[in-house]
Design a protein around this ligand. Structure first.
Ligand SMILES: [Ca+2]
Ligand SMILES: [Ca+2]
Ligand SMILES: [Ca+2]
Length: 172
């Protein structure tokens, strides 16, 4: 039961408080604050438009860690950071670098840049900048590629041997 509007404060930064109907003692009205309204609770700084205070609604609201080899994202109101794929190009003190487990390392061991290219779009060509070794593991199923020959061959082979992933072949 409320006696005045102050009693209708739900202590939530992301809701517009209702007002007290003194006739029946009920709080009435109230709504969610618009998305991106500033808030300070639950570890968040912006309202999600649905009454919750979250870290982000968009990745632009996440702090950039200044590291090219980590990829920030905003998912479910949380700022996340994942390592960029190994062998992604980066700036190593102004020179060529490669990302390796989230850090930018000198690419000297991996020169020229196409050192590990096996000419197959359906394998990920990864050069380890710590020792220059190459790996060319298969890309996950359904990774886009331009070299139709290789991908079709792989798909056909999977079909004929009845591999479980053959079930996805109907779309291609
Ligand atoms: Ca409120
Ligand atoms: Ca980053
Ligand atoms: Ca390749």
């Amino acid at each position: 039961m409320c006696e005045n509007d102050d009693d209708c404060d739900d202590m939530n930064d992301c809701t517009v408080n209702g007002t007290c109907n003194t006739t029946n003692g009920m709080c009435e009205g109230g709504s969610d604050e618009p998305i991106d309204t500033t808030c300070d609770m639950d570890g968040g700084t912006v309202c999600d438009g649905a009454g919750s205070c979250v870290e982000c609604n968009d990745v632009a609201q996440c702090t950039d860690d200044g590291n090219e080899c980590t990829v920030e994202s905003c998912e479910g109101g949380d700022c996340l950071s994942e390592n960029a794929a190994n062998s992604t190009a980066c700036d190593f003190n102004g020179g060529a670098g490669l990302c390796w487990n989230g850090a930018c390392l000198d690419a000297a061991n991996c020169m020229p840049a196409d050192k590990c290219d096996d000419m197959d779009d359906c394998t990920a060509d990864v050069c380890d900048p710590t020792d220059g070794s190459c790996t060319n593991d298969d890309e996950p199923d359904d990774t886009a590629c331009s070299d139709a020959g290789d991908s079709r061959f792989a798909a056909t082979a999977a079909w004929w041997i009845g591999a479980p992933n053959g079930t996805t072949l109907g779309t291609g």
